[in-house]
Ligand binder design. Structure first.
Ligand code: FAD
Length: 426
């Protein structure tokens, strides 16, 4: 089905049900008709904030946010669910109704299947929509061809749980069903990947659960990297203090093949490791729609952008934010996506209004839980220098090594989650 701009507007204006295009909220009626339209792909950490901040900056710009799901589950804190600390995913789940009601963002639940950069048209499972500028924040997809045998069936036997939702629940169920004395294997891909400290926090949370409920069990962590990629000193201390007999960390072990029937992984064709529960975190790249739209660079994985506007260097008029983009020193985190979304929104509004753009002042803080009460963090401030995003010298660092003395980082972490999810959904 192909719709021109006028028909698409009419369709979303008709609201849910009438024409089979489920609008979340009834914001269409609140929207002024405008000549300028920004389409945002993805309603996660980057997309929600970009959509909201454009509307906050300039109500004359129409914003259409297209997301395949009618809700979003946060990866941050999903490791706590896997470790049994959170009982369900409800505290990590947001809806989009208030973005529509409070800010007039037109939220469309559909799969984006193509982007025509020349015609400035996005094709979705429900029709097409044209744009003046497009913001793409689709998160990640997996480079499955790099792990032989890891297909969609194998994912059910050996979950990745690297996109929060059903996969997260599956991994938790497998841990609950495992016998005491079992082995949990966690594999880590070569960086860059979504959330550098995430796999090591996961090892902590799995070990925390095993220590409480299945104390004869072990975690074998096979890391393709030569060492822990973030907060290494703090994780090593946390493991030594709490999980010395549980976590067996093996660096420079790149998993290249799986056998889901045998519950085994193969390291570069020479070493086999078996597990009772196997969590494969596969190598990653920008979300498939960014790859299909020709937004990825020479590495074929990630999208190069202008570091001030986040406009793609491959396709004019399209901006890429969040995990999918190459943001220099900024890590692939929810907080980075939030920060990138704000500067991107500011500059998209400026570009549409013929105004000067503003330089990035980026920020990131990433918390990781060691136990149910102890957390650690890394923080950074980022700026553009000589066309690249760099970490501002002496601006950040990691939290103190005596983290178990104060418990303060865990309190900060909870507050961070509450704030950022509220900002995304209200
Ligand atoms: C276990 C784990 C723990 C983490 N912990 C932290 C943490 O503590 N702090 C932190 O800052 N970050 C953390 N992260 C990283 C964080 O989750 C990501 O960096 C963040 O989600 C990136 O935001 P994004 O907008 O790029 O992608 P996402 O938030 O994943 O949003 C992408 C959205 O786009 C939608 N989408 C994609 N393609 C299409 C399409 N074709 N059509 C329609 N919709 C589409 C998806 O459904 C999704 O909702 C963690 C990640 C993991 C896996």
């Amino acid at each position: 089905m192909t719709l021109d701009r006028r028909s698409f507007l009419k369709l979303i204006g008709a609201g849910a049900g009438a024409a089979g295009l489920p609008l979340i909220g009834r914001a269409a009626e609140l929207m002024p008709k405008s000549g300028k339209r920004v389409v945002v792909i993805g309603g996660g950490y980057g997309g929600t904030i970009a959509a909201k901040y454009i509307r906050m900056a300039d109500k004359s710009i129409e914003v259409v946010m297209i997301e395949r799901n009618d809700h979003f589950v946060s990866c941050p804190f999903s490791n706590l669910y896997i470790g049994g600390i959170l009982k369900d995913l409800n505290p990590l789940t947001i809806k989009y109704d208030k973005l529509a009601a409070n800010h007039g963002v037109k939220v469309v639940q559909a799969e984006v299947t193509a982007i025509d950069a020349a015609a400035k048209v996005v094709t979705t499972s429900k029709g097409t929509v044209s744009y003046d500028r497009l913001i793409v924040s689709p998160g990640i997809d997996f480079r499955l061809d790099e792990i032989k045998g890891y297909d969609t069936a194998a994912m059910e036997a050996m979950p990745h749980a690297w996109k929060a939702g059903p996969q997260t629940v599956l991994l938790r169920k497998q841990l609950e069903a495992m016998k005491d004395g079992g082995t949990v294997v966690i594999t880590v891909p070569l960086a860059p990947y979504r959330c550098p400290p995430g796999p090591y926090e996961r090892a902590c949370m799995v070990a925390h659960y095993l220590k409480q409920s299945k104390p004869k069990s072990k975690v074998v962590m096979l890391d393709a990297n030569p060492d822990i990629t973030s907060k290494g000193g703090l994780f090593k201390k946390g493991w030594k203090d709490n999980y010395a007999s549980i976590i067996d960390y093996r660096p420079a072990k790149k998993v290249t093949e799986v056998d889901a029937k045998a519950m085994a992984v193969m390291i570069e064709g020479i070493e086999e490791v078996k597990g009772d529960v196997i969590n494969i975190i596969p190598p990653q790249r920008a979300g498939q729609i960014a790859v299909a739209a020709g937004l990825v660079g020479d590495d074929k994985n990630w999208c190069p952008v202008n570091p001030t506007t986040f406009e793609s260097t491959k396709q004019a008029g399209i901006h890429v934010i969040g995990d999918a983009c190459v943001a220099g020193a900024m890590p692939k985190s929810g907080y980075s996506a939030n920060s990138e979304a704000k500067i991107c929104a500011t500059n998209v509004v400026a570009l549409l209004n013929g105004k000067e753009t503003t330089e990035l002042s980026g920020i990131n803080t990433c918390y990781s839980y060691i136990t149910d009460k102890d957390a650690v963090s890394v923080a950074g401030v980022y700026a553009v220098k000589e066309g690249k995003i760099i970490a501002v010298p002496n601006s950040g660092g990691v939290s103190p090594a005596d983290f178990s003395a104060t418990k303060i980082e865990a309190i900060y972490a909870e507050s961070w989650l509450k704030n950022i999810l509220t900002e995304m959904s209200t």
